[in-house]
Design a protein around this ligand. Structure first.
Ligand SMILES: O=C(O)CCC(=O)C(=O)O
Length: 389
């Protein structure tokens, strides 16, 4: 999202801060090496984080215990939003040492935070994979771009409306910015699947009653498994960006074990199999193929209906080979080149083609989302029908 738009939404950050979770709840987890609450402070602590006053308050809270953490966070957030810099973690010099978003490359996978959930499917839960500031960052950047979710049509490979997935969503280009690129690096480090094999991160927002019905992430058609698209999807990392008051669990309904059967703490949907409660910052890794590269039907999973609250998640799908194709505009007519976001012209007029080129105009192998507004459409190309061309 353009920086100027982020500044305008400064006051919304105060509300968003409430969306991300408190530090790890269990006291055992709080004493993991180097971790204090949700903050890693093992070496040169303040150098490892970027962000503003709110983030500094979080680091301080983490260092000296969680006593008045939320009160101080609330007041720090309010003052951060008053003078804005905390919202621009990447370009504000004040943020260099202040806490919040981790400096790229400073966080590495900590196996002690990973819990094995199941062998069939192979599934693992990482507690606190994303920092709180990263959750906020993704939610904030996604909010203005949300659209009703679609699914990929197995015959044509195109995105189509679906009753299977009733959420709203959007996505990030791969390596769209430093924050996203660093999360992608960590996903590769954890999953052992190279960065190049991943699709752009998909963000979903579910409101009460919304769900993603049981499905496999692996494809059953040839179109989507083409070699230039990296072949079959092999693994998924699902990151939770918010806590959910009730429901919204991710469940693998075909697992042999049913650890939550009859447990009123879990929604009826989640009791059908191994399940995970969404908690901001946690991430679920599972494999759609077994070691012999056979599809694992037990990787079928669902996002249970949200009963109370709102759920935000971010998904990274990974393929067996390089997902070289990247994002390509597809208006169903090769002579059409257009913007894919209604805000493109406004963003372009504010300098975002230059300031945010990965999103606006793309990477070497990926189209941007605002090609027309940034003057990158080929000469002679047409606008999409209904957009004046
Ligand atoms: O949000 C969830 O719990 C499920 C999401 C999902 O199934 C997916 O993104 O493939």
């Amino acid at each position: 999202m353009p920086i100027s738009a982020r500044r305008r939404r400064a006051s919304a950050l105060v509300a968003l801060l409430a969306l991300c979770s408190p530090p790890l709840a269990s006291s055992a987890a709080e004493h993991l090496p180097g971790w204090h609450g949700d903050t890693y402070l093992s070496a040169g602590a303040t150098k490892l984080f970027r962000g503003g006053a709110a983030a500094s308050a979080r680091a301080a809270d983490a260092a000296d215990g969680v006593g008045s953490a939320s009160a101080r966070l609330a007041s720090a957030s309010a003052s951060a939003s008053d003078h804005l810099p905390a919202l621009d973690p990447l370009d504000d010099p004040e943020d260099a040492d202040g806490g919040g978003l981790p400096a790229p490359g400073t966080i590495h996978v900590d196996p002690s935070r990973v819990q094995h959930l199941s062998w069939s499917p192979r599934a693992y839960l990482y507690r606190g994979f994303l920092r709180r500031a990263e959750c906020e960052y993704i939610v904030q950047n996604s909010t203005p771009r949300l659209k009703k979710s679609t699914v990929v049509d197995n015959e044509t490979g195109k995105s189509v409306d679906s009753t299977i997935r009733t959420s709203e969503g959007t996505f990030f280009s791969r390596q769209q910015d430093e924050v996203i690129a660093d999360i992608e690096r960590r996903i590769a480090e954890w999953s052992h699947v190279p960065v190049d094999n991943g699709e752009g991160i998909q963000v979903l927002r579910y409101r009460v009653g919304q769900e993603y019905r049981p499905h496999m992430d692996a494809f059953s058609d040839a179109f989507n498994q083409a070699e230039d698209k990296g072949g079959q999807r092999v693994a998924t990392v699902l990151m939770y960006l918010t806590d959910v008051e009730e429901g919204g669990e991710t469940v693998f309904p075909y697992t042999t074990e049913k650890p939550h059967a009859g447990d009123a703490e879990w929604s009826e949907c989640a009791r059908k199999g191994v399940a995970v409660k969404p908690r901001a910052g946690d991430a679920l890794l599972f494999f759609s193929m077994d070691n012999a590269r056979t599809l694992d039907q037990k990787s079928t999973h669902a996002g249970c209906p949200v009963i109370r609250g709102e759920k935000w998640s971010a998904t990274k799908w990974m393929h067996v080979g390089s997902f070289a194709k990247g994002h390509k505009m597809d208006f169903g007519d090769p002579s059409v080149c257009d913007d894919e976001n209604e805000n493109c012209e406004e963003w372009a007029s504010k300098g975002e083609c230059e300031n945010n080129p990965n999103y606006m105009t793309g990477l070497p192998k990926e189209d941007g989302f605002c090609m027309r507004a940034c003057g990158k459409c080929p000469e002679g190309s047409k606008r999409a029908p209904g957009k004046g061309g």
